[in-house]
Design a protein around this ligand. Structure first.
Ligand SMILES: *[C@@H]1O[C@H](CO)[C@@H](O)[C@H](O)[C@H]1NC(C)=O
Ligand SMILES: *[C@@H]1O[C@H](CO)[C@@H](O)[C@H](O)[C@H]1NC(C)=O
Ligand SMILES: *[C@@H]1O[C@H](CO)[C@@H](O)[C@H](O)[C@H]1NC(C)=O
Ligand SMILES: *[C@@H]1O[C@H](CO)[C@@H](O)[C@H](O)[C@H]1NC(C)=O
Ligand SMILES: *[C@@H]1O[C@H](CO)[C@@H](O)[C@H](O)[C@H]1NC(C)=O
Ligand SMILES: *[C@@H]1O[C@H](CO)[C@@H](O)[C@H](O)[C@H]1NC(C)=O
Length: 462
């Protein structure tokens, strides 16, 4: 009861604050029923706050068995997942086509000339159709990325190779009009296919856009402070908005900053400028988030692999601390832009590392009203081809387990799994968090946090 009254008080305080005219709230679009929108730093669904702990699974559209897709979504739904992020691209080189047809590899685009060819057949976009449809049946909404900065599953460098030819640099993907046009043609194909679907949560311009890539070198434009990525984000988000007035749009970026005074740290006696804050990769999170058709901010977090220095003597911070600081920096930026924030990928290898460090990251993210999505969701008991199949690269189904890049969290790893699910959870926390933090849209998924969960409840009670 006390809780309910408190909520009403809080809500009327919020309403008062809003009536003193927040410009961006007046700009809020009216969207069809079941579409997610934003109000200030919150997501909303049908007029109610929509907070979530989501899942990443790029491999779902690669499954050949509809039963396995169904099984995966069922497991996600049981874990409380409300939003799934997956790839809206799967492109192959013409030389790979014969092998793909033989192995059943999902592909949507084939490149064998300067114009890609669409595959909207049963081994193509119909697989994605089925994933998006099945998501909806399990009350899950999907974030789709249009391309990849990296070579995995056919990204920017296939466009560059086939259109601009050899000897080019990665950053021309973002500037060459001959490349932007076929990218937009693909974007139009995907957006038009699903633009009326409430099963889409948001569109993502690219996964982890950087002005440098996997294979091709960085060009002379790839220096801190160039306009290459911000301009591309502006151009592409406006383009997507022109196709689809209703769905949310975001960058899909890693969230690098371009700060005048980048963060520094000590490494082996030397003060090092932190790559993630000095604009070297091309993003400028603070500025990109202000773009009119970027509806919310995304960022990624892998300090364990980004900072091999962390373990060496003479480094002055830990994996856990670095992550907390990275979260805080994005919170400040999102608050100032008055837009919601999604920590849409984060990962650690090793079960002990996960159980040691995730609780404090998750607590900090939830305390600051983020949406979060660990990388990545794991499923056991997949049945296609007897549960064993090489997909592509090192991705494989092994004894029924979905692909594991070291960061996968499987349901049998309960100490890590429970951090993100509500299997063993306490009712008081559920009531508190569903009223005061989450709205009514999801049950608390804070089990496994122990004392931290209790202090989180305390925080919202105070
Ligand atoms: C790709 O183009 C080459 C050269 O034109 C041709 O020999 C080959 O058969 C094509 N491959 C596919 C899959 O269309
Ligand atoms: C695609 O295939 C062509 C030859 O068919 C090859 O030259 C090129 O390197 C391949 N590109 C990628 C990105 O795999
Ligand atoms: C590490 O040292 C640098 C330089 O003195 C300082 O700016 C930074 O805040 C320190 N980091 C931590 C986590 O203490
Ligand atoms: C740290 O610096 C010392 C002395 O310059 C050098 O010998 C050592 O290899 C460095 N260690 C690392 C991990 O770079
Ligand atoms: C746990 O994290 C530490 C620090 O980054 C790393 O050295 C270690 O290899 C990780 N453990 C596993 C099993 O990956
Ligand atoms: C959980 O399943 C994975 C994938 O099959 C396996 O590698 C791992 O050993 C299992 N872990 C436990 C704790 O059973």
């Amino acid at each position: 009861m006390l809780i309910v009254q408190l909520t009403i008080l809080l809500l009327s305080a919020v309403a008062l604050a809003l009536s003193s005219t927040d410009y961006r709230d007046l700009q809020k679009r009216s969207v069809p029923h079941g579409f997610v929108t934003t109000r200030g730093t919150q997501f909303e669904l049908d007029g109610k706050p929509f907070a979530f702990v989501g899942a990443n699974s790029y491999w779902l559209p690669l499954l050949n068995s509809k039963a396995d897709v169904e099984k995966t979504f069922k497991s996600m739904q049981q874990a409380g997942v409300k939003v799934l992020r997956t790839w809206g691209f799967n492109a192959i080189n013409g030389s790979e086509l014969a092998g793909a047809l033989q192995s059943g590899l999902t592909y949507y685009q084939v490149w064998n000339s300067s114009e890609w060819i669409l595959n909207d057949g049963p081994q193509g976009l119909q697989r994605l159709d089925h994933v998006i449809e099945t998501a909806g049946k399990h009350d899950i909404k999907v974030i789709l990325a249009f391309t990849n900065n990296w070579v995995g599953y056919g990204g920017a460098e296939l466009y560059i190779n086939w259109i601009a030819g050899a000897g080019k640099t990665h950053d021309i993907f973002f500037t060459d009009p001959r490349i932007i046009a076929p990218y937009q043609k693909y974007v139009r194909t995907i957006v038009n296919r699903y633009k009326n679907s409430p099963n889409i949560f948001a569109w993502e311009l690219a996964n982890e856009a950087r002005c440098l890539g996997d294979i091709l070198p960085a060009g002379p434009n790839c220096v801190a402070g160039t306009n290459v990525l911000p301009k591309w984000y502006r151009q592409q988000s406006d383009f997507v908005r022109s196709l689809d007035p209703h769905h949310l749009i975001t960058t899909g970026g890693e969230g690098h900053f371009f700060w005048k005074k980048p963060v520094e740290f000590w490494f082996n006696g030397t003060l090092v400028s932190d790559y993630n804050f000095n604009g070297q990769a091309g993003e400028d999170f603070d500025r990109d988030l202000l773009l009119p058709n970027i509806d919310f901010g995304t960022y990624h977090m892998y300090p364990q692999t980004w900072y091999p220095q962390l373990d060496t003597p003479g480094s002055n911070f830990s994996v856990e601390e670095w992550g907390l600081g990275w979260i805080n920096a994005h919170v400040r930026s999102a608050n100032s832009a008055n837009k919601p924030l999604l920590l849409e990928e984060f990962g650690l290898s090793g079960l002990d590392n996960k159980t040691d460090i995730y609780p404090s990251w998750v607590k900090r993210a939830l305390d600051t009203r983020h949406a979060i999505m660990p990388w990545q969701f794991g499923t056991l008991g997949l049945t296609e081809n007897g549960g064993n199949r090489l997909i592509k690269y090192a991705d494989a189904l092994i004894n029924g387990a979905s692909p594991n890049d070291g960061n996968t969290i499987y349901p049998n790893q309960t100490a890590a799994w429970d951090i993100f699910t509500y299997d063993h959870f306490n009712l008081a926390a559920q009531v508190l968090t569903s009223f005061l933090f989450v709205g009514t849209q999801r049950r608390s998924r804070l089990s496994g946090l122990g004392d931290q969960r209790r202090s989180l409840c305390q925080l919202y009670r105070d």
